[in-house]
Design a protein around this ligand. Structure first.
Ligand code: NAD
Ligand code: ZN
Length: 719
């Protein structure tokens, strides 16, 4: 669909962010004010068009609201300047080309906004309602219904005899767009009403289509993954989905719905429902099968409204969807009728806002942060800004592509969003652009934390540091990986201890583990002498390992246990792997270009090599061999199965196993007729008895070493 170009020249935009008294010199204060009014109207028209027609705003709502309030103030001082086309006099939408227009029998209005975010502002609304209803100090408090103000898109759903026949957007309040096909794809909207709803000839339900925050985050993550434009906020994502000419696209966007009122309804005398209060309406909506927020409350008087504002405000971050305020509505419907409407808003309701979740601020710098796993994230350093209830100075830019796509540069004014517990993010650059602009962002070629090379693998959006063994940002992760059971198997070296070791500076790289002493360990929190000694013993034991385990322990990207085993078997020696070219690495079965390059890059980093050398110097060792040809049958122990039992004099279980495997043999856990050799050491178990029973040959360590050295028939032992 081709979107229309702006009918409103954004000409006046540039001076909008400047205070009004610096506007070009004009003859009188009144002429200046008049000029300001025109500039505000032009800008508001432009932004309303971006927001309501394109669902793609350029500025945060708070900024729009500020200009709107300023225009209202000028118009209040000069009622003679008010024109019917002023943004203050109309609802902002317009029907998009391609949609069938729908005339609303009952106009869909806006709601007057109370921008003072303090709870006490609710009292002023109550006082005004009392005055307008002619209530005196002795009259009882007014009953209100207070509800969250969902940040989505208003929809009118028309049901005839309980069947959904039409769904329309608000548009300009009088005429909206027919979006029935898209709305039908929203599972929460009943296509057929339950209960007595099915008997009502004509019933229009009003409510808000919105997108939950988790659905929004997931949608944006998907967009980022595909290199497509992300949505600024859930409201615009929801509105864009509903106002889609392709229902399949709408159906692919996760939308939700809350009902909050009625539009056109058959009158009671013609078979329609009869309600006295808004609260009854909400109960009926629920009974007909609509989702109605369970946060709606009946409140008596202004104090109760203020308390509601406070209570919902305290939960706002934890709600699964965005709200920008709460709405207060006079509960009695006869009173609502009595209060009536002013141009674009009912007099009996008000939207009471919360601090904005999106604000404008300036980018002071773009830093790059390195995560625990080596992922690099560009982060905007911002001029401090109060957004979503806290002061924000940093906001994520996700990845290099995203920065490029949004074209965020140092010095730009940007929209920052912070909603719920999601980390603050820069969602877009806001006009006007500075002159001249800063340089386009580039990801650094080396890691800002450790200086190792930065790579971005094919098909990935993220850049990563390759200095895993040395990089301070990755320390904790690297040590935990190194120590895990399937790697160096250092028992007792868990997350809490690693945190302490790193935070106290005792351990910077995995090599430092082998330099730890008892005194240092005992000095740590909750570390008794006994457990400290146990950890040291486990570290000591880990020195004797296998090449495969050691390789896996290094945490080279894409080198899991089985790849480590293949590399170890193929090369036999660590130095051979460290110096292998990408081509040589790819000679290993199952090692493709991505893995090969990752291994190569890892060992090209001087810091990684240093740590490996230190580990060897500390006594970490493993058996090595000259490398296996991949013709497995040519190996000396090809096709032979071994069972190990008891403690061997020099080789650990793991070493023996590694050497047997490197020579093409297999090590099995239990003795059967298929076992070729049982290797027995000190204190052998029942496996030895089993071997004797089945007549399997039994050898000792010397016999195994002879086999490995090529002697086909070492002498059996009798233990
Ligand atoms: N960023 C921009 O450029 C830009 C431009 C135009 C408008 N806006 C924003 O749009 C908003 C103004 O829009 P508006 O005048 O259409 O009014 P509104 O959206 O503030 O209020 C009316 C709407 O509130 C919604 N609503 C949510 N929960 C409700 C409930 N429980 N009961 C009743 N209604 C409920 C309905 O959709 C209704 O149409 C402001 O927040 C403004 O900042 C932003
Ligand atoms: Zn690094």
């Amino acid at each position: 669909m081709s979107r229309p170009t702006s009918p409103h020249a954004p000409a006046a935009q540039a001076d909008l962010f400047a205070p009004s008294d610096t506007a070009p010199d004009a003859a009188s204060p009144e002429a200046r004010e008049r000029q300001r009014l025109e500039a505000l109207r032009a800008a508001l028209h432009h932004h309303a068009w971006r927001y309501y027609v394109l669902d793609d705003p350029e500025i945060p709502d708070a900024e729009y609201d500020r200009m709107f309030a300023e225009l209202q103030a000028i118009e209040a001082r000069h009622p003679e300047w008010v024109t019917p086309d002023s943004p203050t006099q109309r609802v902002g939408g317009r029907v998009l080309d391609g949609f069938v227009p729908v005339r609303h029998a009952v106009p869909m209005l806006s709601i007057r906004t109370e921008t003072d975010t303090e709870p006490a502002a609710a009292l002023a609304f109550d006082a005004r309602m009392r005055r307008e209803l002619g209530l005196g100090p002795d009259d009882p408090p007014i009953d209100y219904v207070a509800e969250p103000k969902f940040d989505g898109l208003a929809i009118g759903l028309l049901y005839e005899h309980g069947v959904l026949v039409r769904a329309a957007t608000r548009g300009d309040g009088e005429t909206g767009e027919d979006v029935t096909q898209n709305i039908r794809t929203i599972g929460q909207i009943p296509l057929r009403l339950q209960g007595d709803g099915s008997r009502i000839p004509r019933l229009e339900v009003r409510g808000e289509v919105y997108m939950r925050r988790d659905d929004f985050e997931a949608l944006n993550a998907r967009q980022r993954e595909r290199g497509e434009k992300t949505f600024v906020n859930p409201r615009n994502a929801a509105a864009g989905a509903v106002r889609q000419l392709d229902p399949a696209v709408a159906a692919s966007r996760p939308l939700s719905f809350f009902a909050y009122g009625l539009g056109e309804v058959t009158p009671p005398e013609a078979g329609g429902p009869n309600f006295d209060t808004h609260w009854q309406v909400l109960q009926a909506l629920r009974a007909w099968g609509f989702p109605v927020s369970d946060l709606a409350r009946r409140c008596a008087g202004g104090e109760a409204l203020a308390a509601y504002h406070r209570a919902i405000g305290a939960q706002r971050d934890r709600l699964p969807f965005d709200i920008d305020g709460v709405v207060y509505k006079v509960d009695r419907l006869d009173w609502q009728r009595r209060l009536g409407f002013v141009t674009r808003e009912p007099r009996w309701a008000i939207a009471h806002k919360y601090p904005a979740q999106e604000q404008l601020t300036r980018v002071l710098a773009i830093d790059v942060q390195v995560g625990r796993t080596g992922k690099l994230t560009p982060v905007a350093k911002l001029e401090p800004v109060f957004v979503g209830g806290v002061t924000v100075t940093n906001a994520t830019l996700h990845n290099a592509d995203e920065v490029r796509r949004k074209d965020v540069r140092v010095g730009d004014t940007v929209i920052v969003r912070r909603a719920g517990d999601v980390i603050p993010e820069v969602v877009a650059v806001a006009p006007p652009l500075p002159e001249p602009r800063g340089e386009p962002f580039e990801m650094p070629a080396t890691c800002p934390a450790c200086g190792s090379a930065v790579v971005r693998e094919e098909g990935e959006v993220d850049h990563r540091c390759t200095g895993g063994l040395y990089c301070p940002a990755q320390r904790k992760q690297a040590i935990l990986h190194f120590a895990q059971r399937r790697a160096m198997d250092i028992e007792g070296l868990g997350e809490k201890l690693v945190d302490q070791l790193v935070d106290t500076g005792l351990v910077r790289t995995v090599a430092d583990l082998y330099r730890l002493g008892l005194t240092a360990l005992v000095g740590l929190e909750r570390m008794a002498e006994k457990s400290a000694a146990n950890v040291l013993a486990a570290i000591e034991r880990s020195k004797s390992t296998t090449l495969a385990r050691f390789l896996f322990a290094l945490g080279i990207r894409h080198v899991g246990e089985s790849t480590a085993r293949d590399l170890a078997r193929h090369f036999g020696r660590l130095d051979a792997i460290m110096d292998a070219s990408v081509e040589a690495l790819q000679a290993v079965p199952d090692v493709g270009p991505v893995v090969a390059r990752s291994v190569r890059t890892f060992f090209e980093q001087p810091h990684n090599r240093e740590v490996v050398e230190q580990l060897r110097a500390c006594g970490v060792h493993w058996p090595e061999h000259d490398g296996a040809t991949d013709d497995a049958a040519a190996l000396p122990l090809a096709g032979k199965t071994f069972v190990l039992t008891g403690t061997l004099p020099t080789l650990s279980r793991e070493e023996a196993k590694a050497r047997i495997e490197a020579a093409g043999g297999k090590v099995s856990g239990s003795v059967s007729r298929k076992t070729d050799w049982v290797v027995a050491g000190d204190a052998p178990g029942s496996k030895l008895d089993k071997a004797r029973e089945l007549g399997v040959a039994v050898i000792d360590e010397a016999g195994l070493l002879a086999l490995l050295a090529g002697d086909p028939a070492p002498s059996p032992v009798s233990l």
